[in-house]
Design a protein around this ligand. Structure first.
Ligand SMILES: [Zn+2]
Ligand SMILES: [Zn+2]
Length: 411
């Protein structure tokens, strides 16, 4: 038997309804904030991610679905969404034009990770990217938008905020951090590796022994230059004006050089251990890193799989018409009526002959609002019998009125 690949799964109802709810809610809110959809290919040149995500990261080092295609190109399935959007922004010369652009995207991403609960090798993200705007008001609105999305999904999460400085202040801070790390006697293997490649990421270590030794580490927020510190102060003030609660977390870091200034995460502990449902921040140097004209940027991404567990879609009301026939001679009328009625409303036509009782039972299961039946009596009168499954009212409507749907709006 052929099975889906490890770490990949099929999505059926009712999970798809939740999926749709997450995407639809996020899309509607992103549009209200002035973001437009961008769709980029799932397959990209590997070098895009080597340069953006960074060769030292686990993603590029171990987790990429990377192969050589028939044309000899080194390609891979996208492990995240930002790089492709930035590539498209540059390729279509929007960096040269100096335009301000706000995009949202969603779709599957791929990482060859060790499968574990809640982690998939094909997973889905919804994200936004804003280009060309160097103003902490944009940071505040991006966070506000993300908060509104989570609120509308019914996801309770708390906001953590940090600033990662800029090319002016970050390198000096990094020197201090390395100096500190060099004095620590026993960091874990991962930290020793990170210390060389990406010292900031050491602060992120989950190892309790490391955490204990790092509690007096110098913090980036104590080393911000005046421009970074002013932007950070402004952002906090804007969030306060918008009544968005946050806590400062100087341990919230990103390991990549192109990340600058604001970094944020929404953390939920609703199901199981605390984990981030969404994260983002400024990446003022990424466009330049990928060969474009320097352009400021900020964005976030949310993991859909986690949101599927946490989202609380509203109960859907009954809708549509279930149509059943009680005798063979009614089938042609039912066929025609179904075809016409479907132009107005969802119609479920049960082909099989059944008793009225079985039809009613099945209509109830189908979650339709109406159960309609055509039997011998209705054939003689040229009518259709209908029952509202919510208020239990029954009535008989003329066949012509039934099939054109006008009975739906009559009382
Ligand atoms: Zn700075
Ligand atoms: Zn460690």
């Amino acid at each position: 038997m052929i099975k889906a690949l490890k770490g990949m799964k099929d999505l059926f109802e009712p999970e798809n309804k939740r999926y749709e709810f997450v995407i639809q809610t996020s899309t509607n809110i992103a549009k209200k904030y002035g973001f437009e959809l961008v769709q980029t290919p799932i397959l990209e040149e590997s070098s895009l991610f080597l340069r953006s995500v960074g060769e030292s990261s686990d993603i590029v080092g171990k987790e990429m679905y990377r192969f050589v295609d028939k044309g000899g190109n080194d390609v891979c399935l996208r492990p995240e969404g930002t790089a492709g959007v930035v590539r498209a922004f540059i390729e279509h010369k929007m960096d040269r034009a100096g335009v301000k652009k706000r995009y949202f995207y969603h779709g599957p991403m791929y990482r060859y990770e060790r499968p574990q609960k809640g982690r998939f090798r094909q997973f889905h993200q919804f994200g936004v990217e804003s280009f060309g705007i160097d103003d902490p008001k944009e940071d505040a609105f991006i966070i506000a938008m993300l908060k509104e999305i989570l609120d509308n999904l019914g996801v309770k999460a708390t906001l953590k905020l940090n600033s990662l400085g800029c090319p002016e202040c970050m390198p000096k801070y990094r020197e201090k951090l390395i100096e500190f790390l060099n004095k620590i006697p026993n960091l874990c293997e991962d930290c020793l590796r990170r210390k060389e490649l990406n010292p900031i990421r050491v602060l992120d270590c989950k190892n309790s022994n490391c955490q204990m030794q790092l509690k007096d580490a110098p913090l980036v927020t104590d080393h911000l230059c005046s421009s970074c510190s002013e932007d950070f102060k402004n952002l906090q003030e804007f969030l306060t004006i918008l009544k968005i609660d946050f806590s400062l977390d100087p341990w919230l870091v990103r390991g990549l050089d192109y990340y600058t200034k604001s970094a944020f995460e929404f953390i939920s502990d609703e199901i199981g251990a605390q984990s981030a449902v969404a994260g983002g921040g400024r990446y003022d140097r990424l466009v330049e890193f990928l060969g474009g004209k320097p352009t400021k940027g900020i964005g976030f991404a949310m993991g859909i799989e986690r949101l599927l567990e946490l989202a609380k879609p509203p109960l859907e009301p009954r809708s549509g018409v279930y149509l059943g026939v009680l005798s063979e001679s009614a089938t042609k009328k039912a066929l025609k009526a179904t075809y016409e009625l479907r132009k107005k409303i969802k119609t479920v036509y049960e082909y099989e002959l059944k008793s009225l009782k079985s039809h009613l039972k099945q209509a109830d299961k189908s979650e339709c609002l109406w159960c309609a039946c055509i039997g011998e009596n209705e054939l003689i009168d040229d009518t259709v019998w209908v029952k509202n499954l919510e208020n239990k009212e029954e009535r008989t409507v003329p066949y012509s009125t039934f099939k054109d749907g006008s009975w739906l709006t009559m009382d």
